[in-house]
Design a protein around this ligand. Structure first.
Ligand code: PDD
Length: 295
């Protein structure tokens, strides 16, 4: 098979895959999810993604019914049914389906959906020339309201921001906090470069603790950049030497335009970090190929 959807351990084609209209993910966004991709037959940083999935689930009082090791083994078991190397994998687990009502006690077991299909890389010119982004005035959900570090099935905050950016043909849109500081994109984190310093909003901000973000910070330190995790607004961002976004599916992507203002892209720092990131992926995959018990 080239693509599939697994629903509660049953395999379906993408066309056949269906979920109940009483599913709480559909009704309330009462769900958690993760996205990663495989390079060759290896799911990149799968342990970190599963850790974050369990953290998201814990934070909404949802029991996933498996250990982390069992979850990874289960994902690899499903992957055996697919005979292509580079795939997109999304695991989405809702609290389950039952009578309509707020109480999670109305449902018994979660609904687990795993999507696997060929990974579609972003066009090469996005990396060679950079992309256009929007920084909107829309606030990112505050931690005390709906912590962005819970990767939940409720992405309406992000969808609304994205709609605003689409009006100026932005590829990605970034939200702000109450101080007007940039937080994160709808599905990515942000970095700016000023000389030899790399600046990114701190973890305490209303952001998802990106797995790519963490790797990039480590690489930047190895490459003798100074890292500052601190807040900044649109003005500072426009003044940066280089700006880039990070995510598991896009790796490190340079930014060329911000609210239709030109910034340099892609600069030397972005290029170095991206080439080191690719080395990191290769090393991870080589190591995992010989040590992962799941394969
Ligand atoms: N998005 N911030 C948000 C809101 C995200 O949804 C994501 C990931 C990130 C980057 O995190 P990471 O580096 O761990 O992928 C930041 C995934 C790719 C998605 O929803 O498709």
């Amino acid at each position: 098979m080239k693509e599939l959807v697994s629903i509660n351990d049953q395999i379906y084609s993408i066309k056949e895959a269906k979920i109940s209209v009483f599913d709480r993910g559909f009704l309330f966004g009462d769900a958690v999810y993760e996205v990663t991709r495989s390079y060759g037959r290896i799911f990149f940083q799968i342990e970190d993604h599963i850790d974050r999935l369990f953290n998201s689930a814990d934070n909404i009082n949802m029991n996933l019914g498996r250990t982390k090791e069992q979850m990874i083994a289960h994902i690899y078991e499903i992957y055996k049914k697919i005979d292509i190397d580079n795939i997109y994998m999304r695991i989405q687990i809702s609290r389950g389906d039952g009578p309509i009502g707020m109480s999670p006690k109305l449902v018994k077991t979660p609904n687990e959906v795993i999507y696997m299909y060929p990974f579609q890389p972003s066009p090469g010119e996005y990396y060679s020339q950079g992309v256009s982004i929007c920084v909107t005035e829309r606030r990112r959900n505050a931690k005390r309201a709906l912590d962005p570090n819970i990767k939940s099935g409720n992405y309406l905050n992000n969808v609304l921001a994205f709609i605003e950016g689409e009006k100026i043909n932005a590829y990605e849109t970034f939200m702000v906090n109450a101080q007007g500081h940039v937080t994160e994109g709808t599905t990515s984190n942000i970095f700016m470069v000023k000389g030899k310093t790399i600046i990114t909003p701190p973890e305490e901000y209303d952001i998802l603790k990106g797995i790519t973000r963490k790797i990039v910070i480590g690489i930047a330190q190895n490459e003798k950049f100074k890292i500052e995790e601190k807040g900044f607004g649109l003005e500072e961002l426009l003044d940066a030497d280089e700006v880039f976004l990070t995510s598991s599916t896009r790796e490190i992507m340079p930014i060329r335009l911000i609210n239709q203002n030109k910034v340099s892209a892609p600069g030397a720092a972005t290029r170095i970090l991206h080439s080191k990131y690719k080395e990191f992926i290769n090393d991870y995959c080589k190591r995992a190929a010989s040590t992962h018990p799941w394969k």
